[in-house]
Design a protein around this ligand. Sequence first.
Ligand SMILES: Cc1ncc(COP(=O)(O)O)c(C=O)c1O
Length: 297
Amino acid sequence: MKTLIGNTPIIKLEKDEFNLYIKLEQYNLSGSVKDRAVNHILQKGILENKINSDTVIIESSSGNFAYSAALHCKYLGIKFIAVVDSNINTIMYEKLKSLCYDVIKITEKDETGGYLLNRIKMVKSLISQNENYFWTNQYANVNNYLAYSELTNEIIESVKDVDYIFVAVSTTGTIKGVSTIVKAINKNIKIIAVDIRGSMIFSTEKYSRNIPGIGASKESDFLELGDIDDFIILDEKEIIEGCQSLLAKGFFLGGSSGACYQAVIKYNELYPEKLGSKNIVFISPDGGGVYVNNIYK
Ligand SMILES: Cc1ncc(COP(=O)(O)O)c(C=O)c1O
């Protein structure tokens, strides 16, 4: 599986007002950046004898982690249970139903306007009743963020003199992993988090969220504010606008990619002196295909 993960393309957006590069993570095994985290977490679990042929893997996911874990578990010959929610893309839900031992959909929003807290409640209840269940726990397992060293090196090696890296956040595994390595190499490279209105990572404003993949109903277990240089919060309309702008340039990408693109534009409006002719990279976690029933409707 590992040979099908990583070394994803990074391309420069032509005819754009910025020197903007997109790291296209849809070219990983299951079509998203989550392959990196899933592969690392499962390999560590196996090495530490926490996973064997009788183990049932379980995880709460908005889609991408679950799809990657489902494929990995098929390859390993073990069972996988996905706990998802009503925001899941229809196509992703159908794919999971074909691959998983079980798919549990949470339909009740939590008090923050998302579903994560109720998904986690369900996982906790199931692991307390089943000794052979292993919770990958992407929100708190350090092997999530430790999985992103190769991604970071790929970016640093492909783009000379990177100034800014924009990263959409959910578990914050990607941004924590990237920022840890980047800052050890060059503290001047700015790391900007991109979040959605209603997410509890950087704000306490409760607001209903409908785009899967970006945002979380709780604070990060990994990220400290000192790890990043800034964050920017977008509403759903802005995210969809970002997706449509990318599509107009020939890039059919997921919600978080549109969020990152729009974040670059907004950031530049707020702080014009900061971006100018800088070299900017954003990580595109996934492609647009599974979003045809919501963002691209
Ligand atoms: C659609 C999407 N957005 C954002 C992210 C970043 O998430 P995290 O902070 O969990 O690494 C991911 C990770 O896979 C994703 O799939």
